[in-house]
Design a binder for this molecule. Structure first.
Ligand code: NDP
Length: 339
């Protein structure tokens, strides 16, 4: 059985979901309440592949909120993730995806050193970040959506914001190895890591966000920002493709400019309906079929019975692994979102 560990985008969102689900008492609770709340199994899921195979899964709400990081409640944030993992293991899930900030908190605070939670010894082989599939889907969205917009990759400048991250670095590797993209602009805060990435790729220009945005035909947003940024579309090239792979979204406003196309990055659409409630709660346009690519990775690992932490650690995603997960993604009926 597969599992998904997820969280909501902010406190306001958590309160509105609680209200929608009929928990009016919870809808008035502030961040302190969410810091104390234990993980919950909130959905039972059945997914059918286009091959006809059917699998079962569970969705675990960790009760983590990105505000916990923004307000430096690190202990609460790390407890949410590790308790949700222990919960997933206790209910017998074979392979579970750490969605959104779950894997970022796990890595940034070295949670691999906490192996024992109460009477449970965590078996990290049962968890995956889902980042290989996410990076593959974002790379394919760049290739396919740019072609729809008439942007030739061989003449295009692609800016990757969050380039040194797990997903960002994998997208850069793919664009370098599998496409003829003209120029890569690498954006993040830590200069040394940017230079290391530039050294590994043997190409790419390290640039600040403000300088890079007006030069880019395509912008890939994969920074781990707890809150979205406001950008001024008048400063961008036209046409310009923005692929926003962040959760919560890296872009705060709806960019309304006919020359600028914003695509939800790292989202896949399944060929068949799935009977679940959770994707409605995270505002997917077609909640019966659309989901985060990281969640789909745990489904793929379950379909293939690859019970292993396929995506684990940081900046180790290879183009070959992206191709491998991409093949089974297509085989079971998942497609990158293109509109
Ligand atoms: P990482 O923590 O590995 O990388 C984050 C990157 O963002 C780093 O390059 C970091 O570099 C950069 N960064 C952070 N803050 C800023 C900032 N203010 N300005 C510029 N760069 C910044 O994260 P992941 O690669 O694991 O995840 C990236 C995003 O993708 C997250 O929003 C995550 O929630 C989302 N995600 C989406 C999934 C999906 O299925 N669609 C699945 C998993 C994750 P530096 O610190 O040096 O600035």
């Amino acid at each position: 059985m597969f599992g998904l560990i997820g969280h909501l985008t902010n406190l306001e969102h958590a309160q509105s979901v609680a209200r929608d689900m009929g928990y009016d008492g919870l809808a008035d609770q502030g961040l302190d309440f969410w810091c104390a709340a234990p993980p919950q199994t909130v959905d039972h899921i059945t997914v059918t592949s286009i091959t006809g195979q059917t699998i079962e899964g569970r969705y675990v709400e960790s009760c983590f909120l990105p505000e916990m990081l923004a307000t430096r409640r690190v202990k609460a944030a790390t407890r949410k993730i590790i308790n949700a993992m222990a919960h997933a293991q206790k209910i017998g899930l074979d392979i579970t995806a750490l969605g959104g900030f779950s894997s970022i908190v796990f890595e940034n605070f070295n949670l691999n050193q906490i192996e024992r939670i109460r009477n449970i010894t965590l078996d990290f082989q049962r968890f995956t970040t889902g980042n290989t599939h996410t990076a593959y889907i974002i790379a394919r969205q760049v290739e396919q959506a740019s072609s729809q917009l008439g942007i030739e990759l061989s003449q295009a400048t692609v800016a990757v914001c969050g380039a040194t991250g797990d997903i960002g670095s994998a997208v850069c590797r793919w664009l370098d190895a599998r496409t003829d993209v003209a120029e890569l602009l690498l954006i993040a805060r830590d200069r040394q890591r940017l230079e290391d990435l530039q050294g590994e790729l043997g190409r790419g220009k390290v640039m600040g966000l403000e300088e890079a945005l007006p030069k880019a035909d395509i912008i890939v947003w994969v920074a781990s920002m707890p809150k979205g940024l406001v950008i001024d579309p008048t400063t961008l090239k036209k046409p310009c493709l923005l692929v926003d792979g962040g959760y919560p979204k890296n872009l705060d406003t709806k960019v309304q400019d006919p020359g600028v196309v914003v695509l939800k990055g790292g989202i896949v659409e399944h060929a068949l309906d799935i009977n679940w409630r959770i994707m409605k709660l995270v505002n997917m346009d077609v909640p019966a079929r659309q989901m985060f690519a990281c969640f789909a990775e745990s489904m793929l690992l379950e379909f293939e019975k690859w019970y292993t932490n396929f995506s684990w650690g940081r900046n180790q995603i290879t183009v070959e692994k992206m191709e491998k997960i991409g093949e089974v993604s297509l085989k079971h009926g998942f497609k990158p979102l293109l509109s």
